[in-house]
Design a protein around this ligand. Sequence first.
Ligand code: CTP
Length: 492
Amino acid sequence: MLSGKTLVLGVTGSIAIYKGADLASKLTQAGAKVEVIMTESAAQFVSPMTFRSVTNRPVVTSLWEMASEFSIEHVALADAADIIVIAPATANIIAKIAGGIADDSLTCTVLATKAPVVIAPAMHTNMYQNQVTQENIAKLKARGVTFVEPGYGRLASGGVGQGRLAEIETIIGTIKQVLGRNGDLAGKRIVVTAGGTREAIDPVRFIGNRSSGKMGYAVAEAARDRGAQVTLVTAPTALPDPTGIEVVHIQTALQMKEAVTKAVAGADALIMAAAVADYMPKSQAARKIKKAAAGPTLNLELIRTPDILTETRGNFLRIGFAAETEDLVEHAREELEKKQLHMVAANDVTAPDSGFEVDTNRITIITRDGKAEPLPLMTKRDVADRILDRVVGMFKATDSKSVTINVTKTVKNQGWFTIPVKGRALFPEAGHEITLLTEDGEIATNRDKDWNIGANLKPWFRKHPELKEDDKLHITVIKPMERYHIKIEIVK
Ligand code: CTP
């Protein structure tokens, strides 16, 4: 997502500037066009040549120098920027920006830009905690600037405290999150699960599986980068918590179920990439099981865990993964039907380059229309984006749909009709009560088993006695994922 983006990187006079060079390098490697602006004091710490070398771009150091192809740099860079990032940012630059001062290339660019601004402070703890710095930060936050909190640790001064430049990965994660704000999943809330659950046998042992969590984390990060508000419910993994995502750590299938049930309230989609244990020990020993006491064989009685996907129902898209070792598509179709899912991403876990622990995956996407689309081998991040492309498509398909019904004798007498729902994926489960809002008030209705949406029009008919048999009604269901809002018009 950084590819093709113009990123203005402001670097200021902090010892953390060497990390700024690393940041510039990583952003460039990720495909961004990185335009570096150094303040005068930054140039005292490192030579502009360092940044020039890692970005392959001229570096702007002074308002008066023609350092790049930009003629009036501060305006040109301010216009060209998709985002401005200041890392490391001193207390001084934060104060200047908060005060609207524009006395060098960087402050002029920030004042002239309409692009989002991300600031990663790095300074001595006392300077960071000083009331004036905190007031300046609060002021800028209120104006929409995003801050990447400095970390705790050893500072250049020798002391320990908050003030260290945030980790480069955290800064990059924040940049992606800010750039993704207007993405195609903006405004959507997505819950993703990841990792393999651990079912305790005793305080030191558990039953686990080979899931690394990489696929789920990739989906969560891709959704974040496309503007979604993401909650990641994760079993233990070796992966760091992604930036800009609400991460809920759990261990067992039961805990995952509880966390998912909570997280899906108000969500638009649940993507279950976790490898949830299907069985757990019936009881857990309170103390470590000793060999001497257990004897030559140890029998564990296992009981089924709840199926989270099946039991977590509601007005949101439900997407499952199917890890199979044979008859991939057939099993995935069965799962789709059995768990009433909107989509299944199936992968053959016997292939060495696909499935558990590796960075690549080869999946087949199966949807309710019965289609199976096999995707070539790609990185888990690319797989995540392909899955989300489908999710976006499903959201779009149902943002608004309309249908024209004939007012038949039955409709008029019974005051009831059903709409065959084509994009059935986004309608609630069968038997689920919903409310249709019309200009004339609410219509309570429900979904019957045939994927139809039925509406009781009696109250509406009562208000429209002029309606005759053979008249037509045009019914629009607006944004069914958010609200079952319908508009009824009599077709003239
Ligand atoms: N899943 C779940 N709760 C469980 C087990 C699995 O929600 N207790 C979810 C997984 O996260 C995955 C999907 O269900 O998205 C498929 O799980 P899997 O166990 O592979 O499929 P099953 O249909 O249970 O197949 P099998 O009978 O082969 O175990």
